[in-house]
Design a protein around this ligand. Structure first.
Ligand SMILES: [Zn+2]
Length: 151
């Protein structure tokens, strides 16, 4: 399991565009939903992250995405400003990023779940460890451990 966890981390670190913080992840997820103006992205990011987001953090990232051909500018009417839109490659990149993050979250959760050796219930924390016949067994509680000992 640790091996797969590392593969996901390496994928994120080696991605064609460096995803080094959550603002970038959210920006990509937003663009995955629909094309957006730069100021819309910032507004939505602020709503998500509950803090002020500097344009100086967002626009260089958008420029980098554009240079990597992951987003393109879409003209939308004469008077309106241009919208950023994920390209086919950008969409694939965003989807991979979502998948990798989902994997990481799932792994980090399932990695820590134990099963009671007696009643087989799932234990997230506060399990009871006991050594029996040279083996360390995990139980949800000492009562399960006692019951297991007697059986
Ligand atoms: Zn139990």
């Amino acid at each position: 399991m640790q091996k797969y966890l590392n593969v996901s981390v390496i994928w994120i670190l080696m991605a064609p565009v460096k995803i080094t913080n959550l603002v970038k992840v959210y920006a990509l997820l937003l663009l995955k939903k629909r094309p957006m103006h730069g100021y819309e992205i910032i507004k939505e990011l602020e709503a998500y992250m509950l803090r002020a987001i500097s344009a100086a953090h967002v626009y260089p990232f958008l420029r980098m995405l554009q240079k990597s051909k992951l987003i393109s500018l879409k003209e939308s009417g004469k008077r309106e400003k241009k919208q950023y839109e994920l390209t086919k490659a950008g969409n694939q990149f965003a989807q991979e990023l979502i998948d990798k993050f989902a994997e990481l979250v799932e792994l980090s959760i399932t990695h820590n779940i134990k099963t009671c050796a007696h009643c087989h219930c799932k234990i997230i924390e506060g399990w009871h460890k006991e050594k029996m016949k040279g083996k360390v067994l995990i139980f949800c509680c000492s009562r399960c451990a006692d019951a297991f000992k007697k059986s």
